[in-house]
Design a protein around this ligand. Structure first.
Ligand code: NAD
Length: 288
């Protein structure tokens, strides 16, 4: 069984990016600059943004964090977005999701200028991706493709089953895996909460991707022997053996799955770090 080590792969990509930044500085170019807006003080969102800022430091990017109160109005947040759109020193930026309930997420995401939308959530990017045109690609599905690439996992002609149809993971991943490109050419089945008899479908998967948000949802009996399993889920569960009283776990029952799968991503240390690496890659692309 191969452990698809997203942490090590992410660090290798970050080292490549660090060297590329040095090359750019040598020829008089600026450091790429990623900015992040965070609204409120949700601990998980703060941790994710913190990881992204730390990764910027590691690769030699400039970074800025704009922290806004939970009760900020939508029009005030849009003004912050527009300020970043107009800031010539910022190459790309993200608005950390989820946003508070009084905000319309789409309104905010569509206010980001597509040239700076390194998360690739703007409808222009979603449209370009579906047409096979160049675009910023959401970092999590891009990270999964990169991981398959770096571990030389063959995808052509394989059946990929994705559980979860979100616009940031499942749907763009379905497009990427089915396109006529490297680590594409899969036959893709996109499953969701209304899918009937899910196990009979997942058992057909050569590549099974879980992006549901339910701890240990995918059990060993749902996996075809020898399948490649990609676990996107990040769930916090109680664990008395930890000092904090909790730990992170995926959507896949890892102990169960490793008996059946030929390769699997751990949680933590799988898809999460790859997401960060791909966000940095997009920022470098935005700064070119
Ligand atoms: P989401 O939370 O927006 O939606 C969940 C999806 O799961 C929906 O499409 C729904 O139809 C499907 N679903 C729910 N119950 C189901 C069931 N019983 N059977 C089949 N499908 C079912 O999805 P998301 O934002 O893609 O997040 C999914 C998980 O991935 C979460 O745990 C999230 O924290 C994690 N995530 C991780 C990363 C990362 O970098 N590793 C990035 C994004 C999301």
């Amino acid at each position: 069984m191969t452990l698809l080590d997203g942490k090590a792969t992410s660090l290798a990509i970050q080292e490549e990016l660090r060297l590329e930044v040095l090359e750019r500085l040598k020829i008089g170019q600026d450091r790429p600059h990623l900015a992040a807006i965070i609204v409120g003080d949700d601990p998980a969102s703060r941790a994710y943004v913190g990881h992204k800022i730390k990764a910027c430091e590691r690769v030699g990017f400039d970074s800025s964090l704009i922290e806004l109160p939970l009760n900020i109005r939508e029009d005030e947040l849009i003004r912050e977005v527009e300020a970043l759109n107009n800031d010539v020193n910022v190459d790309g930026f993200i608005v950390q999701l989820p946003l508070p309930e009084h905000m319309n997420e789409q309104t905010i995401l569509q206010a980001i200028h597509p040239d700076k939308d390194v998360d690739g959530f703007h409808p222009i990017h979603a449209g370009n991706l579906s047409l096979g045109l160049p675009s910023f690609i959401p970092a999590t599905p891009a990270g999964i493709i990169e991981l398959l690439e770096r571990y030389d996992i063959q995808t052509s002609g394989k059946h990929a089953v994705i559980i979860g149809r979100s616009s940031i993971v499942g749907t763009p991943l379905a497009l990427l895996l089915s396109r006529n490109a490297s680590r594409g050419n899969c036959t893709v089945t996109l499953c969701h909460s209304r899918t009937q008899d899910l196990p009979s479908i997942t058992r057909q998967a050569d590549i099974l991707i879980a992006a549901i948000g339910k701890p240990h949802f995918v059990t060993g009996d749902m996996i075809k022997p020898g399948a490649v399993v990609i676990d996107v889920g990040i769930n916090r569960i109680l664990d008395d053996s930890k000092k904090s009283g909790s730990r992170l776990t995926g959507d896949v029952d890892y102990q169960d799955a490793m008996q059946v799968a030929s390769a699997i991503t751990p949680v933590p240390g799988g898809v999460g770090p790859m997401t960060i690496a791909m966000l940095l890659k997009s920022t470098l692309q935005a700064s070119a």
